[in-house]
Design a protein around this ligand. Structure first.
Ligand code: WT7
Length: 634
């Protein structure tokens, strides 16, 4: 059994021990898992190369820990509950025995298509249990899964397939979210036309949408499964063999494939799941994220299954068929732990209390928040109306790169403070640094958030580009992992995350690089140049504001807006559609040609009282013009 912290004092002791003797601390956690061979070195690291290795020499398969080892005691317990988009459609439940069988069969399917250890497999799926089956089967045969969120466009999908040279694509005919139909196979076909490394494509028939199947390449999921044996022995993996790649956005360049490895990720997600949420046997855990993001990987699939938990997978959206959908879901499935994003809370706040009428939420014990800073008002609304004042909110701060939660209260253990992620988990040695990289000790300080010691869940590399891994995370400050976030530590030593300090924006919990949106905008024929920044948005957290220079002659402002927004949605995905487009005659550029984004950010935020030094601009007068223009579209 994974060690459970059960009091604040126990937390303080565990934390201290994790700093004093990290190897012993993590050995104890790792020893609770099933290994084919134990490790001989717990940790081998430096943050200069960087090299991060945990449980070196160990051999295991993560799916034996998620599935096989639960069969004896929990074979008939529900592993996954699936709530469909349409509440009138049938719920599905898979026991641990059934999930194990599905994964074994699908592993055999993968092997039959010559997918082997180290091969990359792209998964572009709706929120259905088969998505989890596909991930786990990859892990069982040693293939590296790369899940791409099903809201991404065909060109984003093919970029990701190509970056990792995936040989297999697993997708579905399509899906419906709310009332919107999405033709996944059609998008996949467009992507595969640009992705020559894909030799096979498995299509799960979810909605019986009409699709085209290419005889030599496309296979029907069910037909393959019908022929597959239920016997499958999990392949032996080294601790540091890659488990998955997951693409995320940064300040510059194309999205990067964050690479996680087997043992460290397993130990860390399992440990944090149990301790942060204080998961108790038989609890129903519901995380509303999509498996296309790291939250879905760590806290819908791996963390819960490693703990033998019952995890609820929700296909739909919070607002359909009405704004009470989350509350019906909790009532219907007697959810005990509910984990969602601030943007969802804020979007539901505007509907008031009517959607709660008749919904019994008394099963709830713990609430969670993830993905972006939660503002105090949303925190209180969530606490009062969803938790009825009785449920702690765990505001969990972490990132794709960190594998699991790093800063969070432990439910019912850590005293709470609204909008604070509170304290680091055991093993997390956070430091706050100023611009010069000087560590800021003590309380009442604010700066950039770094971590100075490895924890097992830390990403190991960027797929195919270790140099970029080093420059992005380990070069800003010597011997420290730089998170890209700013934070403050208050008078009680509590951490409040203040948001990104780089050119990454967080729109409805979706992480987007402003450069990606600019690249997409600039491809549009009307647009000569663009600069994109985030601005505070009541519901989305941040909205996207694009300043564009365009050849105005040929079209109206409305036409430009519609076309440019549609173009970005097509190139990246609908979630990256800009909210505001401001046509400008010139952008504020320095003599060296750099756009001064700081100024644009301030203008978009509506905070122009102090724009700082503008003397290095080629033409400081452009600033006033942009300011005036901003007021017209605000
Ligand atoms: C960025 C990471 C964490 C998994 C989902 C997002 C922001 C995340 C919080 C929080 C304030 C948060 C940070 C971080 N973020 N959680 N509780 N409070 N900010 O993973 O897509 O890799 O995004 O999300 O800015 O750097 P991601």
């Amino acid at each position: 059994m994974i060690p459970l912290i059960d009091s604040f004092e126990a937390y303080q002791n565990a934390y201290q021990r994790s700093i004093d003797t990290p190897e012993e601390f993590w050995d104890d956690v790792a020893n609770t898992f099933t290994w084919k061979q134990k490790w001989d070195q717990t940790l081998n690291w430096n943050f200069t190369e960087p090299k991060i290795e945990w449980f070196v020499g160990g051999k295991l398969n993560i799916t034996e820990n998620c599935l096989d080892r639960h069969l004896a005691n929990r074979g008939n317990q529900t592993a996954i509950i699936w709530e469909p988009n349409n509440p009138l459609d049938a719920v599905r439940k898979l026991t641990y025995a059934e999930l194990h069988e599905q994964v074994c069969k699908f592993s055999n399917v993968l092997l039959s298509l010559n997918v082997n250890k180290g091969d990359r497999v792209c998964i572009y799926m709706p929120m259905v249990p088969e998505a989890a089956v596909a991930m786990l089967a990859c892990a069982r045969v040693g293939a590296i899964h790369s899940v791409v969120f099903a809201g991404f466009s065909s060109s984003s999908l093919s970029d990701r397939i190509n970056d990792a040279s995936c040989k297999l694509l697993i997708t579905a005919d399509g899906m419906t979210r709310g009332e919107k139909k999405i033709d996944l196979k059609q998008i996949a076909d467009e992507a595969m036309a640009l992705s020559p490394t894909i030799s096979n494509c498995i299509v799960y028939n979810h909605k019986s949408f009409p699709i085209a199947m290419q005889a030599d390449r496309d296979h029907d999921w069910m037909s393959l499964m019908d022929k597959a044996s239920v016997q499958n022995e999990a392949i032996e993996m080294e601790s540091e063999d890659p488990l998955f790649v997951l693409y995320t956005s940064g300040s510059t360049g194309k999205p990067k494939g964050i690479m996680h490895t087997t043992a460290g990720y397993m130990v860390y997600t399992a440990y944090t799941f149990k301790n942060v949420f204080q998961y108790k046997d038989q609890d129903i855990f519901c995380c509303t994220a999509d498996i296309g993001w790291v939250t879905g990987h760590s806290y819908i699939v791996y963390g819960p299954l490693l703990n033998g938990a019952t995890t609820l997978m929700f296909e739909g959206i919070p607002s359909w068929p009405d704004a009470g959908r989350f509350w019906s879901l909790i009532d219907k499935h007697h959810v005990n732990i509910f984990y969602t994003a601030p943007t969802a809370i804020r979007s539901l706040e505007v509907f008031g209390l009517e959607p709660f009428v008749g919904k019994d939420l008394s099963s709830l014990k713990v609430l969670g928040s993830v993905g972006e800073p939660i503002n105090e008002e949303a925190w209180h609304w969530y606490h009062k109306n969803v938790g009825k004042g009785n449920c702690p909110i765990v505001d969990t701060w972490w990132q794709t790169e960190t594998g699991g939660i790093l800063i969070s209260p432990l439910a019912n253990i850590t005293p709470l403070k609204p909008a604070f992620a509170t304290l680091p988990l055991p093993g997390v040695q956070l430091v706050i640094v100023d611009e010069k990289g000087e560590e800021l000790h003590g309380n009442n300080v604010a700066g950039n958030l770094c971590i100075k010691f490895p924890w097992p869940g830390l990403a190991r590399s960027i797929y195919g580009d270790h140099e970029r891994f080093k420059t992005t995370y380990f070069s800003t400050y010597e011997n420290k992992y730089f998170t890209g976030d700013g934070c403050k530590r208050d008078e009680d030593g509590y951490i409040r995350i203040t948001g990104r300090v780089d050119d990454v924006i967080n729109v409805s919990g979706h992480r987007i690089g402003t450069g990606e949106v600019e690249d997409a905008m600039n491809e549009h024929g009307y647009i000569i140049e663009s600069a994109v920044v985030g601005y505070p948005h009541d519901i989305k957290g941040q909205g996207i504001w694009a300043f564009v220079i365009c050849d105005r002659e040929h079209h109206s402002y409305e036409q430009l807006c519609n076309e440019a927004k549609a173009h970005v949605a097509k190139v990246i995905g609908p979630f990256a559609r800009p909210d505001r487009i401001q046509v400008v005659a010139a952008l504020p550029k320095t003599r060296s040609g750099k756009i001064m984004r700081r100024i644009l950010r301030k203008i978009a935020e509506g905070d122009t009282s102090n724009l700082g030094d503008t003397s290095t601009l080629i033409d400081p007068a452009v600033v006033d013009k942009i300011k005036a223009g901003a007021e017209l579209i605000r």
